[in-house]
Design a protein around this ligand. Structure first.
Ligand code: 3HC
Ligand code: NAI
Length: 693
């Protein structure tokens, strides 16, 4: 075996050369891998005793793409195009042997080969769009030539992976192999040589793109079908244009067009933000005083207390991950209602073709309902999701203390209550932790894990690991009112209400945030969640909200009553309501406020700057470990547009001095709730940022 570089080896199996990439953890295409592939191919091509070459990878996966840490830095030799040219133009057959995930530049490497084999569990994808990029090394030109334009559009614009069966059906791989992958690829290569198969270069394949030539309607229909989910993003449209070029231009000119579009994206603020979030999400998994090797408890069985809005959704997460879960309710009716909603959710998904009828039964089969509290006894993790009232929570935890296994992790889904006080109801506060899911709990990706003063490292490691296991993005935060997400949301809500009293209307405020990239604004969100929920909380805390309280007194609770800040048609389409406008004007008048026109810019600043300021306080208080954790919380829990990177990254991109100075203007105008947090002040004066960007 010869080491071509530190991360690529060349070996021989008879007349077949095997190039093995070994660049843990995911064999990303750093400079060493690129050089190794280029030089390894050249060495094998120049060796008269070699008749074909296999490219394989060591470790857990085939090449998972370009090395993202190199982006935005001066390019290192050799360029990736040069490497791919070397593979594709090699005079001897080159065969890719894929296991794990062939992603981005990894799939590109495989497509530059003349043949591809993969194991049954291999997956293939173009995730560049998720980083605000397009497959910029020929991917938009090669993929449609192999799998056809429609499949390429779908893969490249969604960024989702496909499995080996799908890849085989679409011609992306030539065979699914079993047993030792490298050995199987070598056998495949020997057959290619024996049969003297002509070299197949994807760049020369014409039939699938010719079928789409002169049919712009294919692209028009695709654009329409993805308009909703790609709103505000820059990369999807660039991807589509590049694929159009593959159909309408010869390969070299298509590559040139792809290069131009790719360069625009690489330099865009949207991609910078999306790449930042990619790493921020992975950073959030790292807890400084809970090292990665801290043993997490294996969750073989879970229990959920309460089958309401949240409990049912939480239970679904476990069933979806194949973990048996017991749901415990106070009364049979509540249990039946809750499990009925769960079944209906699954059936709706099945009706959309995303689950089979068998999947529905398998998942329901993993969920056991009972009114017998003693059923928690065999659960490794118990998540409480009962009413948001401290005495009830404490009673539940006191019971859990007597019934749960000694080493079970006891979690609360509270959104506002003190996790430490809840933990104090047990004799094992070290086993207690907050696991704050977001509604709908089976859909939203964020899991805000709340560390109590006494939570053990095992409890923390378990909550983080189980979060990942059930497909969530877990972020660890500390105890304070509203934790990180809702505490910041509260600031936004306060200003939203002031804005409508000063002169804006709910739909104007909502539109400003919708156009910023949020799925909806604060008033539409209030209507969706139910205005009565926050009304009850306000009453409990002795707080008031002039307009929202009036709407609730009128029975306008939002979507569920057909009216709230908006009125809703039968299909839940909102429209601004003159009656609400009348109430707002009345309240403004009564408070002696002279209404004025408020610009979109001011609306956005008034809503989002206080959130950034609260984020600064959260960091100072060490409620969040790092600024990027706050950004991950807002992107995955509240629909902050990922192409703006989260509130703290966004603030950095504006410039903290600019933001702080604007806050000082608002402080003069509106009072001390606008006082910049000391951390914001300090960073602004020092010309620094929250996120180090
Ligand atoms: N570049 C650099 N580092 C990468 C990386 C990449 N492409 N992909 C993953 N990593 C790092 C992660 O940051 C993480 O580092 P850490 O342990 O220090 O936090 C480590 O590898 C492991 O990653 P995950 O925790 O995500 O591991 P998983 O096993 O859960 O997932 C994966 C593996 C599916 C490969 C996932 O990491 C992934 O989706 N990676 C990104 C793939 C991607 O986007 N590729 C396209 C890049 S763009 C491109 O190829 C351009 C081309 O068109 C030319
Ligand atoms: P919910 O009112 O829909 O459901 C609560 C359920 O708990 C009811 O079905 C009730 O019968 C049951 N219950 C009450 N006491 C019980 C007991 N002693 N034993 C067993 N079951 C009992 O409430 P929801 O919305 O599901 O909220 C639950 C928890 O989740 C609360 O702490 C809430 O703050 C939190 N939360 C709610 C979110 C939301 O959007 N609804 C979001 C995030 C957290």
């Amino acid at each position: 075996m010869t080491a071509i570089t530190e991360v690529v080896d060349l070996d021989r199996r008879g007349c077949i050369a095997v190039l093995t990439v070994n660049n843990p953890p995911v064999n990303a295409l750093g400079a060493g891998v690129r050089k190794g592939l280029r030089d390894g191919i050249a060495a094998a091509a120049g060796d008269a005793s070699v008749s074909a070459i296999v490219i394989a990878c060591a470790g857990r996966t085939f090449i998972a793409g370009a090395d993202i840490t190199e982006f935005g830095k001066p390019p290192k030799e050799p360029g990736f195009h040069e490497v791919l040219d070397g593979i594709e133009s090699c005079a001897k057959p080159v065969i890719a042997a894929v296991h794990g995930t062939a992603l981005g530049g990894g799939l590109e490497t495989a497509m530059a080969c003349h043949d591809r084999v993969g194991v049954k569990a291999a997956r293939f994808g173009r995730p560049e769009v998720k980083l605000g990029l397009l497959p910029g090394a020929g991917g938009t030109q090669r993929l449609p030539r192999v799998v056809g334009v429609e499949k390429a559009l779908q893969m490249i614009v969604s960024g989702e992976m496909i499995g080996a069966d799908d890849a085989l059906a679409h011609g992306l791989i030539d065979a699914i192999v079993a047993g030792d992958l490298t050995a199987a690829a070598v056998t495949f290569a020997e057959r290619v040589v024996d049969e003297k198969r002509p070299l197949r270069k994807i760049r020369d394949i014409e039939d699938k793109i010719a079928a789409a030539r002169g049919k712009p309607e294919i692209f028009a229909a695709f654009r329409k079908s993805v308009a909703r989910q790609t709103r505000g993003f820059k990369a999807p449209e660039h991807c589509i244009r590049a694929i159009e070029a593959s159909v309408n231009l010869p390969f070299p000119q298509g590559l040139q067009r792809e290069r131009e579009l790719s360069a625009e994206l690489m330099a865009s603020p949207e991609s910078k933000a999306q790449r930042y979030i990619f790493f921020a999400e992975r950073e959030a998994a790292k807890i400084p005083d809970v090292p990665a090797d801290t043993p997490a408890k294996e969750i073989r069985k879970a229990a959920v207390i309460g089958a309401g809005t949240m409990g049912g959704g939480i239970a679904m997460n476990f069933a979806n991950a194949g973990i048996p879960v017991t749901v415990i309710e106070v009364a049979k009716e509540a249990l039946d209602r809750g499990l009925g909603v769960v079944r209906k959710n699954y059936e709706n998904t099945a009706a959309k073709g995303r689950l089979t009828a068998q999947d529905v039964e398998t998942r329901m089969g993993l969920i056991t309902g009972t009114t017998d509290f003693a059923a928690v006894a065999d659960a490794d993790l118990i998540i409480e999701a009962v009413f948001e009232e401290m005495p009830i929570k404490k009673e539940v935890f006191a019971r859990l203390d007597t019934l749960a296994k000694p080493d079970a992790v006891l979690a609360t889904n509270t959104s506002t209550l003190d996790v430490n006080e809840i933990a104090s109801a047990t004799r094992r506060p070290e086993s207690v932790i907050g696991t704050h899911f977001f509604s709908p709990a089976n859909v939203m990706r964020l899991l805000e894990n709340v560390r109590g003063a006494k939570s053990s490292k095992t409890a923390i490691a378990t909550a983080m690991a189980v979060g990942r296991k059930i497909g969530k993005v877990p972020v660890l935060v500390g105890v304070c009112h509203g934790f990180v997400g809702n505490r910041m949301l509260h600031q936004r809500g306060r200003e939203a209400e002031k804005l409508i009293l000063e002169g804006a209307l709910p739909h104007q405020v909502d539109k400003a945030l919708y156009d910023f990239g949020f799925p909806m604004g604060p008033f539409a969100m209030g209507d969706l969640a139910g205005l009565d929920v926050s009304w009850r909380i306000r009453k409990g805390r002795g707080e008031k909200s002039a307009v929202a309280d009036r709407l609730c007194e009128m029975g306008r609770f939002g979507q569920k009553t057909g009216a709230g800040f908006y009125t809703y048609s039968a299909d839940r389409t909102p429209s601004p309501d003159p009656e609400v406008e009348k109430i707002i004007l009345e309240v403004s008048g009564r408070m002696g406020i002279k209404r004025r026109a408020i610009s979109v810019d001011e609306i956005v600043q008034r809503l989002l700057y206080p959130m950034v300021n609260e984020g600064a306080k959260i960091l100072e208080e060490k409620i969040a470990i790092r600024a990027s954790d706050i950004d991950v919380i807002w992107v995955y829990g509240y629909g902050w547009p990922v192409y703006r990177g989260g509130p703290m990254f966004w603030a950095d991109s504006i410039g903290l001095k600019v933001l702080r100075d604007r806050m000082l203007d608002f402080q003069r105008e509106h009072g001390d709730q606008w006082k910049p947090a000391p951390l914001l002040d300090r960073l602004a004066d020092q010309g620094k940022t929250f996120t180090g960007q």
